[in-house]
Design a protein around this ligand. Sequence first.
Ligand SMILES: [Zn+2]
Length: 414
Amino acid sequence: MTTTTGTAAKTSGAEALAAARLHQDDIVRFLRDLIAIPAESGKERARCHRVKDEYDRLGLDETWFDGLGTVVARVGNGPLKVLMDGHIDCVGIGDPASWAFDPFEGKLEDGKVFGRGAVDELPAIACMAYGAKLLKERGVPPELTVYLSASVLEEDLDGHCLLHLIGKEGLRPDAVVLGEPTGLDVYRGHRGRMEMTITTRGVAAHGAHAQRGVNALYKAAPIILDVERLNGTLRTDPFLGKGSIIVSYVDVKTPSMCAVPDRATIYLDRRLTAGETIETALAEVKALPHLGDAEVAVRSYEGTAWTGKKVEQEAYYPTWVLPEEHPLVRGTVQAVEAVLGRKPKVSRWHFSTNGVASMGRLGIPSIGFAPGLEELSHSTDEWVAVDDLVKATAVYSLLPETLAVLASELKAKG
Ligand SMILES: [Zn+2]
């Protein structure tokens, strides 16, 4: 295998930016087309076909759908495999009246593209596609294979699409680049999360004979207060922030509104910071002082991909952090700095991404870079700057070259 450690990428940031600028109108048109095709999780069929058509039109080496319907493309055929992932599904729009513009128009105004998915995260799909095209035109370094995935189901089941593509369909990347919004900075991790339930059981009885029953909700009440106290004791990590636990919902089963309920289920949302895992989080809940004989469980998610394939997974999405000194961080910062002419901030997301699978579960070094501001995700004011689309495309075209220079280090660390 060829190694060229220590050499700079052969394309300059200014060249990459100039080449991307020539495709500004194409990138904007593609993004606006994607926004105009609604695609909530499990209903991405039409948008996936639109993406595959664009990949094919751009002349990428190979394109296909995986079993869940994720659109995959490849350029190059070298030993270092880099996967650039953008999820294709979006959340719904909520109350249409709450939008000041049509969320599916792909409105273009004042140098910005507006609409559902204009941040989270259709820009990555549009920019990665054109980045791969530009890379192919210049010549993919012989060290490299670059894969693109426009992946499904992320908003319902973060990471599952990559567990499938990597774990079940055998695509084996050495590094993953995630297209969740970073405001053109470089993000290297985020808190994990999990969903749990606590179920208390009682004995149903007529309300007129309540003394004959055992009220499951009364058993749940002190446990709910235990959860609130537990939240106050959870650890804080200087990079990722604090772990947290909240009661998000309580469901009660009762024979009637005039009876003693015999079952109560407390739903818990748990955010996991550094060092917290499914095991530590379960152990804390099982040690709640008023738990008694209540049952603790991790929830599981079931859904159906647009291909008809059923998916099921426990609702646990592990915390992950790529060390700051990792060559993938260094290579990404280099590529971004070359294009933007400034050192990007190296930070982390507040929300969860497909990195819970690639790095959290599978241990594959993962990093984030994309245009758009994370805090606009899922809001009625989702927009991205056209100029940032061009810059991101330039970075996506240059990043593989930067990583090729670090190929031997990345292979050694992988
Ligand atoms: Zn997202």
